[in-house]
Design a protein around this ligand. Structure first.
Ligand code: I3P
Length: 100
């Protein structure tokens, strides 16, 4: 599964809130391979993949600044918001991440 996603990092490993200055939205090409989510900025090498086994994805109903946003919480306590390009892709990412 692949596509463009914008990401905001809410909390880093162990659940520590991302400090001010690193909380902005960034756009990536995302590829889910098994339990690994690879994120790559246009023209850049991929970041270290994010392990999404036992991660929880759900629609970010309370977040109204952008449309088509879902939350992802990983087993190691990281928390993200991701914005998909369309409602359909948002639902598809939620389903696939929860099955990974
Ligand atoms: C953040 C950036 C984000 C904003 C976040 C800011 O600044 O403006 O867009 O989140 O607000 O801290 P920086 O890039 O300097 O980290 P929203 O787009 O959701 O408002 P936050 O601290 O309230 O999460």
């Amino acid at each position: 599964h692949r596509g463009w996603l914008a990401r905001k990092v809410l909390a880093e490993a162990d659940g520590r809130k991302t400090p001010w200055g690193r909380r902005g939205w960034k756009r990536f090409e995302a590829v889910l391979e098994g339990t690994l989510l690879y994120l790559r900025k246009a023209g850049a090498p991929p970041e270290a993949p994010l392990g999404v086994h036992h991660a929880l994805a759900e629609r970010a109903a309370g977040y109204t600044k952008r449309p088509d946003v879902f939350r992802l919480r990983t087993a190691d306590g990281r928390r993200f918001l991701f914005q998909a390009p369309t409602p359909r892709e948002m639902l598809s990412w939620i389903a696939r991440l929860n099955l990974a």
